[in-house]
Design a protein around this ligand. Structure first.
Ligand SMILES: Nc1ncnc2c1ncn2[C@@H]1O[C@H](COP(=O)(O)OP(=O)(O)OP(=O)(O)O)[C@@H](O)[C@H]1O
Length: 527
């Protein structure tokens, strides 16, 4: 992770009236941070901001004076960012300043001379040169070009060449996923395999930008443009892919509505521009304040798109473009003030790596195939997915003899073959389940048998009760008989006083002659 505050640079546009004496001075003491002093001319000091102050001093990473050429700007500002993008970090360079201060010239360049090429073409050239030289990685490059005008996004890389106004271009909208990542719907990503293809895309975007421009909407002044290089890289054979994005941003003119004196539709546009830049300012103020939890990124499309570039996962650089002429002093001071706040924002850039599941599967499949081959070499046998019939038979034999072996120390040796080990476990599990099922069925059949053999308790109790009543009757009959000792009127079997047939057959209950004490021995009820 790289922790870094946003780096701020100042670039002063060449003045038509050559160096206006006394308006500004640059202090470039090597030991100190360079500073730009803006000196208020006497006639302005009375009416502007604070009539007591005569000068304002602002610190920058570096200040490029009027004579700084495009190659110097690229080398010092854009090249370090391009390098970090090539290393896998996100990068952003944005130009901020009033209309006509040189934002487009700095970011895209001038059309007159080849040497006027700006940061975008020079960065593309640098990136593709690096990609060509570096054979240790596989790179993929895509380009997108977004224009934001009046809070609406438009895809400048519409290849139909039919746009005669912004509304003819595909409209881009913002989508946010549950992880709060921003996705731009309808913004096409075009693959560029060479510098030429990438430059053609830049040209297409700039052409669409110009065609869509109307006198009322001088696009470069009134809209924000974000040219993005999406770079993916991976080492050959690796499933880890690095994704880095480089935003090159040309913001709308930063002048304030109150001072620009516009009206009607233009005023609406100016409000929008300023609203958009106002929200950018709000985000920057929030980020520069310590302990501020909520950052209002969602308020505008631009801050949503640049969310990572501002206080997030990105190496960000700002170029404050200044047109330091007497009439622009106010705007120049406000641009510098804005830059000072931006310089307080800390970003934390991390390498954006992810595993490509498709590549991972391919890699694992290859690894399995390699390992199988290696195993075959070591074991001398070619292994198939499943065990062969012969192997299964041999394994069954081993398992049987292992189970039959009474020795508790005995071992089942199947070798280092996971297929065989799994088969053994499977076999033991089956045995265990069979055993459980058998025990269960045995228990249930025993219960059934018992139920069949033992009559219900109530029935048994009734039988016993009946038997008891019967015995009581017999005993009382027997006792009666004893007392009467078979009276002369005894009529034998069938008589109402005759002993019960069972009693007559029961030896212990049969009356014995000459044993009168029998009655005493046998009480009618034991209980
Ligand atoms: N450093 C420079 N060297 C030479 N010419 C420059 C420089 N900066 C700006 N210019 C010229 O000044 C004019 C205005 O610049 P430019 O269009 O870049 O301003 P801008 O800030 O992008 O304005 P807008 O807000 O309208 O987009 C252009 O003609 C451009 O070529």
């Amino acid at each position: 992770m790289v922790k870094q505050t946003i780096r701020i640079f100042a670039r002063i546009k060449p003045s038509v009236r050559k160096h206006q004496q006394g308006i500004y001075s640059i202090d470039e003491d090597e030991k100190l941070t360079p500073s730009l002093e803006i000196i208020l001319p006497r006639d302005l000091a009375d009416g502007f901001v604070n009539n007591k102050r005569e000068s304002y001093r602002f610190k920058f990473q570096r200040i490029f004076d009027q004579d700084a050429k495009q190659d110097i700007i690229f080398e010092n500002i854009a090249k370090p960012v391009a390098e970090s993008v090539l290393a896998g970090y996100n990068g952003t360079i944005f130009a901020y300043g009033q209309t006509g201060s040189g934002k487009t010239f700095t970011i895209t360049g001038g059309a007159e001379r080849y040497s006027d090429r700006g940061i975008i073409p020079r960065t593309l050239s640098y990136i593709f040169e690096h990609l060509q030289k570096d054979s240790s990685k596989i790179y993929t490059t895509h380009i997108s070009y977004l224009e934001i005008y009046n809070e609406c996004g438009y895809d400048l890389l519409d290849p139909r060449h039919e746009a005669s106004g912004l509304e003819d271009l595909p409209k881009v909208t913002i989508l946010e996923d549950p992880d709060q990542n921003i996705h731009l719907k309808n913004l096409a990503l075009h693959q560029a395999t060479t510098e030429e293809e990438a430059l053609n895309l830049l040209f297409l975007g700039d052409t669409n930008r110009m065609i869509a421009e109307t006198p009322m909407n001088q696009a470069s002044t009134r809209s924000h443009c974000i040219f993005t290089v999406h770079l993916s890289s991976k080492e050959p054979g690796s499933a880890t892919v690095r994704h880095a994005k480089l935003h090159l941003v040309d913001l709308a003119g930063s002048e304030r509505v109150a001072k620009s004196g516009v009206g009607g539709l233009l005023l609406t546009e100016a409000k929008y521009i300023n609203l958009s830049l106002h929200y950018l300012e709000q985000v920057i103020i929030a980020l520069s304040e310590k302990n501020r939890v909520h950052i209002p990124y969602r308020n505008s499309m631009m801050t949503s798109v640049l969310r990572d570039s501002l206080g997030g996962n990105c190496m960000t650089t700002m170029i404050a473009t200044l047109s330091l002429e007497k009439r622009n002093i106010g705007e120049s001071i406000s641009t510098c003030r804005f830059a000072q706040r931006v310089a307080l924002i800390k970003n934390e850039a991390v390498l954006n790596e992810e595993i490509d599941p498709r590549l991972m599967i391919i890699r694992l499949q290859k690894e399995i195939a390699d390992l199988k081959e290696e195993l075959a070499v070591v074991t001398g046998e070619q292994r198939t997915e499943a065990l062969t019939e012969a192997e299964l038979l041999q394994l069954e034999k081993l398992i049987t003899s292992y189970l039959e072996d009474q020795d508790p120390e005995s071992r089942l040796e199947v070798g280092a073959d996971m297929r065989k080990i799994h088969h053994c476990f499977h076999h033991f599990k089956k045995l265990l389940n069979d055993q459980k099922a058998l025990e269960k069925s045995q228990v249930s059949s025993e219960i059934k048998d018992q139920e069949r053999q033992e009559p219900p308790k109530e029935e048994e109790y009734k039988k016993l009760q009946d038997l008891l009543v019967q015995r009581d009757n017999e005993i009382s009959i027997f006792a009666e008989g004893q007392r009467n000792c078979y009276p002369p009127g005894w009529k034998g079997r069938g008589h109402k006083n005759a002993p019960h047939p069972h009693i007559s057959q029961h030896p212990t209950l049969l009356p014995s002659h000459g044993a009168p004490s029998q009655e005493k021995k046998m009480s009618p009820r034991a209980n």
